[in-house]
Ligand binder design. Structure first.
Ligand code: ZN
Length: 136
């Protein structure tokens, strides 16, 4: 059994953004010669989130619109008295900070349409994804 950790850096392009990071993760799994196991992807951030879903452009707009309805950027948030990004913290609370995916023969066992999506709430900025592989 091996436990390997890597940090993957990605750049968001605008304040609210969705990045498909699937290929970065696949590349990292190749670099560590992953076999059978699980990979955990953890964001050490409070204003971005990570989830799994389809990366169809219309759906990405729908996801952004849903989060905008649930946690609109412009609202009377307490946190905005000291910072200007409460909406991004709330989106992280709703979506979460990590995903775990099974790996078989070094390949992510994602469904046909599943992609790994990083949801930026307060970009543009550099985000770190902590990858932890546990397996053979
Ligand atoms: Zn804040």
């Amino acid at each position: 059994m091996r436990v390997i950790q890597r940090a993957i850096q990605v750049e968001s392009r605008k304040r609210i953004d969705i990045l498909d990071v699937t290929e970065f993760v696949r590349e990292a799994l190749r670099e560590i010669s992953a076999g059978d196991g699980i990979v955990n992807l953890f964001l050490p951030h409070t204003t971005a989130a990570i989830t799994l879903n389809e990366a169809e452009p219309g759906l990405l707009d729908d996801i952004e619109n849903l989060l905008d309805r649930l946690a609109p950027e412009l609202s009377d948030y307490n946190h905005n008295r000291i910072d200007n990004n409460a909406h991004a913290h709330l989106r992280n609370v709703l979506v979460g900070s990590s995903v775990t995916i099974p790996v078989s023969g070094g390949n992510l066992l994602l469904g046909t349409w599943q992609r790994i999506l990083l949801l930026e709430g307060d970009g543009p900025r550099t985000r770190t994804i902590v990858l932890t592989y546990i397996g053979l």
